[in-house]
Design a protein around this ligand. Structure first.
Ligand code: SAM
Length: 303
């Protein structure tokens, strides 16, 4: 019996995540900003999604007004008994005359169990995380079946300034099309997020990463001791790169001129950043992540 899930994504990764989930045999029934609605054929294993919630209730989207919100919340929660303390995170698309906190408090106050607002910090262990979204058509209420958000990775023991959001790294690895036997190189690996995520997707390739900063190499080793850190292969088949994009930089601030030539390069660049002229961009994916607007660039050498 298929069951319904809300799959939450980074803005800009909706279609790539839908493709990953469809390939795994599930049915994506709707795609809106940051969200897929999925009829699952079994457990959903996704590296690209930010988080996953089992749908418990849905009603038509109430629109803009607070009165409409109150009525919708009453219908949404009518047959719901979480049985344990709850926290609620809400989000919506479009203009509304209420805030996400109004939604969270309205749900929390109706359910008859202790409610912890996330405004006051992390809720205690044993609390069920409810997720409410209004996508313009439907108001959804889901419960996170897993104990922690999907984007939180068990392998991540160390980070550096600018460490990449793991689902974004997973999307880049997918775009790289890494196959068994490929040699894959990250020339500015930081704490190693790109190669660690790539290796989880394709353990049959060989991975090399390096960085000017020795502290980054130490962090990367903690995250995956089995990758060849601080080494640079002569002729990689694929390259993954996340150069620093802390400030608006001139094009030559991307250190790509010193990178070896690879069969395909997948880089994430900040606003205003460009690869050097050897690389021909074949696809771009604009994202919004942590309030920034980088883009994933897929590039080939020459002509
Ligand atoms: C945005 S961080 C990479 C973060 C990494 N993807 C992660 O998730 O941890 C950029 C990295 O590039 C490194 N870097 C800057 N200039 C470099 C250069 N010329 N060659 C190699 N690495 C460089 C920095 O030390 C930093 O660790």
């Amino acid at each position: 019996m298929p069951s319904e899930f809300l799959v939450r994504t980074v803005t800009g990764l909706e279609d790539l995540t839908a493709a990953e989930i469809t390939e795994a045999g599930h049915l994506v029934v709707d795609v809106t900003k940051r969200q897929l609605v999925v009829e699952a054929a079994g457990p959903i294993a996704t590296r690209l999604a930010d988080d996953l919630f089992a749908v418990r209730a849905s009603v038509p989207d109430p629109g803009r007004t607070k009165a409409g919100l109150r009525q919708a919340v009453a219908r949404l929660t009518a047959h719901l008994d979480p049985g344990v303390p709850i926290s609620v995170t809400a989000s919506f698309t479009g203009a509304r005359n209420f805030s996400r906190h109004d939604i969270e408090d309205a749900i929390g106050e109706r359910l008859g169990v202790p409610y912890f607002s996330r405004r006051h910090g992390a809720p205690p262990p044993g609390t069920a995380d409810l997720r409410v979204t209004l996508d313009g058509k439907t108001m959804w209420l889901g419960v996170r079946p897993q104990p922690t958000p999907l984007h939180r990775r068990a392998w991540r023991k160390a980070t550096v300034v600018g460490s990449l959001h793991p689902p974004v790294a997973a999307a880049m690895a997918r775009l790289a099309g890494i196959r068994p036997g490929h040699v894959v190189f990250d020339p500015c690996c930081g704490a190693g997020t790109l190669l660690v995520e790539a290796r989880i997707q394709e353990p049959g390739a060989r991975y090399h990463g390096t960085d000017v900063d020795p502290a980054a190499i130490r962090a990367a080793r903690l995250n995956d001791p089995d990758i060849a850190w601080r080494t640079e292969p002569g002729e990689p088949d694929r390259m993954l790169a996340n150069p620093p994009w802390g400030v608006r930089l001139p094009a030559d601030a991307v250190p790509s001129a010193g990178w070896p030539e690879a069969g395909r390069l997948v880089a994430i660049l900040g606003e205003g950043q460009r690869l050097d002229r050897r690389w021909r961009t074949v696809a771009e994916y604009p994202l919004t992540v942590a309030g920034r607007h980088p883009r994933i660039v897929v590039a080939l050498i020459g002509k």
